[in-house]
Write a protein that binds this ligand. Structure first.
Ligand SMILES: [Zn+2]
Length: 413
């Protein structure tokens, strides 16, 4: 049992929990001044103020506990990065240069760039090589306070490589890992000459599901014009449901296809990107349990428009934020940049950003009961800062994290 005191402000987010992560105000971060916490095994046993620890009821419940003074200005729930493509080999910096020189995607793809370049490099890498590339990335996330990290496959596009990526992801150390099978990321080169390449390839993806279930917690698909369509999405979701797996989708990023609304109706845990959404889509998203995951660093690198965060928030949609870390369109793991762009370009408030990276990220991954807030019975995942919570997501590249606790133990200091 660990008994922590000396927390100037303990932001519990209990109000955000009660409001299902929607229509949040500053009060919903539910701060406790001069806070204290009791941790046991991997969970939180008690949260309150130091004054409450002097009461008879507390002393009866926790006899003889010795307090440890944390001496912290701020404690927040651990951050959740609920959308990354973290396991890959190779890089795409030459493509970044070409794009800046005015080459189009089609031209870059014709010259062997794009997702398929990463697929070639990732297929060629061994499991050990991929682990050696991915572990430092997971460490980088953890040092920024990311205690739960989602990792997608999708750079294999064949069974052995998709399995290899998911295995590597599952074994990463540091943050709690949620793995997602994204075989439906793109159509591999070997299928592109058939009469119906997308449909043909998707049949294989669905076929792999039962065998990949061991390594993957969820299923994902990239739906857009020229990629997979709504019908493909429905077929994959039905297959995932048959396997007892939850599912999510990349939706309405480049064009409006209606995929966000379709996936929300189908029961997706999250819909990610949500840039080209109509008023009707926004209405649908505000009434469904699905979380909207917005990925501003990807919009920044693509220099495309940002998602209509204010419209979504004001309608009552639940909004989460993530890095979308990948070598092509979002080659950054910097959570501070995600937050700054969300505030500057999407006009999210500081407290909406905090909720988007904690409790609403937990919703996006399907763990709203155990992660993303600080209260009894939840996992002891939190970050300790020597500055005010309002100092976060203001300076790009600033990560004032003193300690990262996961499962009630300090794992980074
Ligand atoms: Zn993505």
């Amino acid at each position: 049992v660990t008994f922590l005191t000396g927390i100037e402000t303990l932001w519990t987010l209990q109000g955000a929990v009660k409001k299902d992560g929607r229509h949040l105000t500053e009060d919903d971060l539910s701060p406790i001044s001069d806070g204290a916490m009791v941790l046991h095994k991997d969970t939180i046993k008690w949260v309150g103020s130091r004054a409450e620890t002097k009461t008879a009821a507390f002393r009866r419940r926790f006899k003889g506990l010795r307090a440890r003074n944390l001496g912290a200005k701020t404690v927040l729930p651990g951050f959740i990065d609920c959308h990354t493509h973290l396991v890959f080999s190779g890089d795409r910096q030459s493509e970044f240069e070409l794009r800046n020189r005015g080459y189009s995607y089609e031209e870059i793809a014709k010259n062997g760039g794009g997702i398929l370049k990463t697929v070639t490099a990732t297929r060629a890498a061994t499991e050990l090589e991929l682990t050696q590339l991915a572990q430092p990335r997971a460490d980088r996330a953890f040092r920024q306070g990311v205690t739960t990290l989602e990792v997608k496959s999708g750079y294999g596009l064949d069974f052995p490589t998709e399995e290899k990526i998911l295995k590597v992801a599952r074994k990463l150390k540091g943050p709690r890992i949620v793995t997602t099978f994204l075989g439906a990321h793109s159509v591999p080169a070997e299928f592109r000459n058939g009469p119906q390449p997308t449909k043909e390839y998707l049949k294989h993806v669905i076929d792999w599901l039962p065998r990949l279930k061991r390594w993957a917690d969820r299923v994902d698909i990239y739906i857009d014009r020229g990629f997979f369509d709504l019908e493909d999405g429905r077929a994959l979701f039905a297959a995932a449901r048959n396997q007892g797996m939850s599912f999510t989708a990349h939706t309405d990023q480049l064009h409006h296809t209606g995929a966000s609304a379709m996936a929300a109706h189908a029961g997706a845990v999250s819909v990610d990107h949500c840039i080209k959404v109509s008023d009707q889509d926004v209405k649908t998203l505000s009434t469904r349990p699905t979380t909207c995951v917005l990925l501003p660093t990807s919009d920044f690198y693509l220099r495309c428009e940002y998602p209509p965060a204010r419209r979504l928030l004001e309608a009552g949609a639940r909004v989460a934020l993530a890095t979308d870390f990948n070598p092509g369109t979002s080659p950054t793991q910097d959570l501070s940049l995600v937050g700054v762009l969300a505030r500057l370009e999407m006009k999210m408030t500081w407290f909406e950003v905090i909720a988007a990276l904690t409790i609403n990220g937990a919703h996006a991954l399907g763990f709203p009961e155990s992660l993303g807030a600080l209260e009894e019975h939840r996992r002891g995942d939190f970050v300790v800062l020597d500055c005010d919570a309002r100092d976060l997501f203001y300076q790009v590249g600033h990560h004032p994290i003193r300690e990262v606790w996961k499962d009630s133990a300090c794992k980074y200091k």
